[in-house]
Design a protein around this ligand. Structure first.
Ligand code: ATP
Ligand code: MG
Length: 560
């Protein structure tokens, strides 16, 4: 059913407004066609998600199309592993490129042909300066560049050398093909940029078919044009490259005229989104891999328990702007909490168990109590939780000498066990070194289900618990921010406390059937997700996020 359109149209971000103008003006026949162009040289991260949501989103909202295009033009860093992970992650995020998956490397012949045209037009030449010399000749922001002594080679000589570059006659770096534009341009990108270089490196898809590879600034506009892209959305660092993007299209007989529009990349506090740094974390084994749940990669976030919906909501909430800014990582955590609150079943799990014996509960007896699966979702129903004489509660929920604001269990005090009974602590049992190892308690049979009989005051605290003989053993991995610095750089050390492993946790028996990636709320503790390391002997959980933003609290108290 179509709902009446009562809501005012939300204001469009500058890219969507621009696309809308182009449609209204009949540009490209009203067509909208975007692309997401990852280089298969690493796994996708949350910054890429912003670009994916934008490119696929703008296309979908305007009955357009979005291509997935691998920008695989630097064989030294690319691999099929990366390519496959990218496909998996884009699909997982919820986007579909249908039959439009392309590779810049498949355009090699066309890119070569076009380069020959530029040479014939006197707009490109083979330069034989070394890489260092080219850099030296390029000048600086304040000084113009110098023309290469090879700049005025004849068309014939250039054609001959370029052909021999392709034929593999030269070592890496012996020659490059450069555009002949303007060595005194105020824009360094226009100072005769390199178009092709020699790389005697096999390509993961093309094998050793090619030993010359195009530069991104040359391959990108042409790939866009060949695919009929209308709006080529990229991040701000390419703004100064736009004149070169346009130069390529103006000087070649391409059928389409895509337009490059730049937007601000996503920067997240306490997070590194540089592929180079992420790769170092993986290769130096500082994390377990690209999908380590502490990594800001989509595969890490998935393993951590993030949902595609939460990531898409986050990308929508942060919006698209023209200025760089830093987004607080708490906003990402808010998005996953908000989503999991609605959808995840509640269960009881004790992470640091303290044994409780109910002295007046018959030995060998057990009963089943009703527990609500999700108070946010009545259709989720209820389940049975077993109760018996020996239970586990959280060590943190007991204090022998409770401070003033501590309302949980203490000697002589009564608390409610969730869905079960009120219990009172009668005696504290300690080991030889004085550690509390067991509490002797009594329960009140009149409080079954956890309700106070009429006229009886309710305890101030409600604790979660697990029946000892029914408990399922579990390992729980608690994660904290990977970096302690708000704006970490490539040299920042990781937070040494970013992973804490608790290996003697007890969870309620309903979790026995949990499968990898299933998500739960552990009552009073946070959201948790089953890790693929789970075996028949032991369930492994990752903490996705705590129930509340404890960092906001910590930061507040530090400011006081
Ligand atoms: P590099 O070029 O160093 O390998 P990259 O992050 O640019 O790294 P690509 O695979 O080229 O990696 O990125 C694919 C697309 O994702 C590009 O269009 C890029 O602009 C976009 N992108 C990358 N990082 C971010 C980010 N942090 N925020 C938004 N978009 C991003
Ligand atoms: Mg890139």
């Amino acid at each position: 059913m179509k709902m009446p359109d009562l809501e005012p149209t939300p204001s469009l971000d500058f890219i969507r407004a621009r696309v809308m103008e182009d449609i209204k003006a009949g540009k490209n026949g009203g067509r909208v066609h975007t692309r997401f162009p990852p280089e298969p040289n690493g796994y996708l991260h949350i910054g890429h998600a912003k670009s994916i949501c934008l490119n696929f989103g703008v296309a979908a909202e305007n009955d357009g199309l979005c291509n997935l295009r691998f920008d695989d033009t630097n064989p030294s860093k690319e691999s099929v592993e990366y390519e496959e992970s990218i496909q998996r992650d884009v699909r997982w995020l919820g986007f579909d490129w249908a039959d439009r998956m392309f590779y810049a490397s498949d355009y090699a012949e066309k890119l070569y042909e076009y380069a020959v045209l530029l040479i014939k037009d006197g707009k490109a030449y083979v330069d034989s300066l070394s890489a260092d010399e080219i850099r030296e000749y390029r000048g600086t922001l304040t000084e113009p560049g110098k023309e290469s002594p090879y700049r005025n080679r004849s068309v014939q000589e250039n054609l001959d050398l370029f052909e021999r570059m392709r034929a593999g006659e030269f070592e890496d770096g012996a020659h490059v093909l450069r555009a002949k534009i303007d060595m005194s341009s105020g824009n360094i990108n226009m100072r005769d940029p390199v178009l092709f270089r020699i790389m005697n490196v096999p390509h993961y898809r093309q094998g050793s078919k090619w030993v010359i590879y195009p530069m991104y600034d040359y391959a990108h506009p042409i790939s866009d044009a060949l695919e009929g892209i209308t709006h080529s959305l990229c991040t701000l660092e390419f703004e100064d490259h736009r004149p070169l993007y346009d130069w390529c299209l103006e000087n070649l007989p391409v059928a389409a005229r895509p337009e490059q529009i730049e937007f601000a990349r996503l920067n997240l506090s306490y997070t590194v989104l540089s592929k180079r740094k992420l790769l170092t974390l993986v290769t130096e084994k500082i994390v377990r891999g690209w999908d380590d749940p502490r990594m800001p990669t989509l595969s890490g976030l998935r393993r951590r328990g993030y949902t595609p919906e939460a990531i898409r909501n986050f990308c929508e909430a942060i919006g698209v702007a023209k200025r760089d800014a830093i987004v607080d990582v708490a906003q990402l955590e808010f998005a996953i909490r908000d989503d999991l609150n609605k959808r995840s079943p509640r269960v009881m799990a004790v992470l640091r168990p303290l044994r409780v014996v109910l002295e007046n509960y018959p030995e060998g007896q057990a009963e089943e109590l009703d527990a609500v699966n999700n108070p946010e979702d009545a259709s989720a129903g209820t389940r049975k939780v077993p109760f018996s004489r020996v239970l586990y509660i959280e060590q943190d929920d007991f204090r022998e000498n409770p401070p003033k604001q501590f309302f949980r269990l203490a000697p002589g005090r009564e608390v409610r066990l969730r869905y079960a009974y009120f219990i009172t602590c009668k005696e504290v049992v300690k080991d030889a070194s004085g550690n509390t190892v067991e509490l002797r308690c009594t329960y009140d049979p009149a409080t079954r289900g956890g309700d106070a009989p009429a006229g009886r005051p309710s305890p101030k605290a409600t604790l979660h618990w697990v029946s000892a003989s029914h408990a399922v053993p579990a390992e729980v991995r608690l994660y904290d921010r990977l970096f302690n610095e708000e704006r970490p750089d490539n040299d920042s050390p990781i937070n040494p406390n970013s992973l804490e492993i608790l290996d003697s946790c007890c969870v309620e028996p309903s979790l026995k059937a949990a499968k990898p990636l299933d998500r739960f709320q552990f009552e009073r503790q946070g959201y948790f997700c089953v890790d693929p390391d789970t075996t028949d002997e032991k369930i492994v959980f990752n903490r996705t996020v705590t129930l509340r933003d404890t960092w906001a609290k910590i930061e507040k108290s530090l400011k006081k």
